[in-house]
Design a protein around this ligand. Structure first.
Ligand SMILES: Nc1ncnc2c1ncn2[C@@H]1O[C@H](COP(=O)(O)OP(=O)(O)O)[C@@H](O)[C@H]1O
Ligand SMILES: [Mg+2]
Length: 262
């Protein structure tokens, strides 16, 4: 389907139209006087109800891809569409609105405000917009991620897993259609990490939502609907409903085939 067809599909409320589309996305960074291309024409689609993992060796461009898809970094060429809307040429104001309303981003580092309680951290995006925080929704979200009892606790008194759940609740309470997560469990022990991913999966499988997450854990990737493999800025493989063993086999192959950087 063409991008134009997808945009018109959006208007007719096609519930199966992809929420995320990347068309031949390239991304280059200026390093000194040179432009170094990091993403070399990445195309992908994520549909409503899908939980998709992105895997690849360190430095393969996973974070760069997530930032480009979420509109946090402009692409160098190609285009990204979120819920049928092209980010290319979107005004700063429109893009900011889209990021506030439709896109959630979970970072590896939780970025919580240490002087605010869990509840206040989740309420913060509302306060920044001068809106009254919806108390029931916020409390319900804290409960959904398993930390209702910590509503009044300060981040410094929490474990890493608990802090990441607050950060997750802060994103979820905005009810974004699309959630990007960049190694959201990178700082957590295996069990806390898998619990956070299980919560993300539950959200992804709700109607009209999707999640794209970077992970290094083949067991986590195996719980996703699809796994995309990135190497040196190219999408090089994709698995559907894969087992952890199948994921590990592809990863091992990627690590073995990484050549010297030109
Ligand atoms: N702002 C930047 N300026 C220059 N190079 C960058 C920048 N951000 C990332 N890179 C480079 O892009 C490559 C991919 O980085 P990244 O997307 O963080 O990979 P990953 O998340 O897969 O580890 C790395 O070589 C990194 O040094
Ligand atoms: Mg990264």
């Amino acid at each position: 389907m063409t991008a134009a067809a997808l945009r018109s599909a959006d208007h007719t409320a096609d519930t199966t139209a992809p929420l995320v589309i990347a068309n031949q996305v390239t991304k280059a960074f200026a390093v000194g006087r040179r432009q170094i291309e990091i993403l070399h024409g990445v195309s992908l689609q994520v549909r409503p109800g899908e939980m998709v993992a992105v895997m690849g060796p360190s430095g393969s461009g996973k974070s760069t891809l997530m930032y480009c898809l979420a509109g946090l970094e402009p692409v160098t060429s190609g285009d990204v569409l979120i819920a049928g809307k092209s980010l290319a040429g979107m005004s700063r104001g429109r893009l900011a609105q889209l990021r506030r309303r439709d896109i959630g981003f979970v970072f590896q580092q939780y970025n919580l405000i240490p002087t605010l309680s869990a509840y206040e951290n989740v309420a913060l995006p509302y306060r920044l917009r001068r809106e009254a925080p919806p108390r029931e929704l916020i409390e319900g979200t804290l409960e959904a991620v398993g930390i209702a009892a910590l509503s009044n606790a300060m981040p410094t008194s929490m474990s890493g897993g608990e802090q990441q759940r607050v950060a997750l609740a802060r994103v979820l309470a905005q009810r974004p259609q699309v959630i990007f997560a960049d190694e959201p469990t990178g700082a957590l022990d295996t069990n806390s990490g898998r619990a956070v991913l299980a919560e993300l999966a539950e959200i992804a499988h709700q109607p009209g939502q999707c999640v794209l997450t970077v992970t290094h854990d083949p067991a986590v990737a195996a719980t996703c609907d699809r796994v995309l493999f990135l190497r040196d800025g190219h999408l090089v493989d994709e698995l559907h409903q894969a087992s952890a063993e199948q994921v590990s086999t592809v990863l091992t192959g990627l690590a073995a085939s990484v050549g010297p950087v030109a």
